[in-house]
Design a protein around this ligand. Sequence first.
Ligand SMILES: [Zn+2]
Length: 279
Amino acid sequence: MDVGGYKCHAVEMCDFLLDGGAMFGVVPKPLWDRKIPSDAKNRIPLKSRSLLLCGHGRNILIDTGCGTKFSEKELAIYGVTATRSPDEALRDYGLSTAEITDVILTHLHFDHAGGTTFLKEGNAVPTFPNATYYIQKRQLNWAKYPTLRDRASFFAENWTPMETNGQLRVLDGNNLPIDGIELLFSDGHTCGQQLPLITGETESLLFCGDLIPTSAHIPIPWHMGYDNQPLLIMSEKEGVLKQAVAKNWTLFFEHDPTVAAATVKEGRKGIELDQVVKI
Ligand SMILES: [Zn+2]
């Protein structure tokens, strides 16, 4: 898929498992289990899928997957399998981590920012040595002083090395210095989540992050139990979906086990999935 002068590629970083009930909040299991069937431990399969944009002299990666720093015990807890290092994953596109110019992080939860760094002789060092990493100021502050509710998802080794060596660019609003990409914001999942919208003349692609993690999360009340502010995320999602229908945006799903991207349409019971888009 080409959008706004960028070639867009879905890059699968790893598979993992999370509790199905936690992924769908107040939605009863008989409903969500039909969309994404759970295993004997009630867990559903998810992916960490990054978006690679190549164009305008840049190679941009949006989110970085779980990374390679987890211990055997942590891998078992999160059911992480099929992990590829960013270097292995990028090789499919003829690129190395050294050729990534920009890394846009939606937020700093480990399944999005775990690949920002890797362990070298026991120390976390930047995976992308020549890239500028972008995060919102409010998210960085939230990650440094998390609540009891979400502190288990934040690991300082996923941002401190870049903050220390000057590779981390902290943004305060929609001022990403990259052509053809603007940012939407959502606070309902975590404070200061930024969602890149790649805008072309005829089509646009929205990286939905954890606002709409899978294609099963299109219905407004179908949101994650992990979301810090349920009512807020519902209204944010409604606003984004209305724009997506009106402007025919393609939505990119970071965690969907099978569907990487799709358009949406107005249906009989509200906004629903329309066409699956190859990316
Ligand atoms: Zn998250």
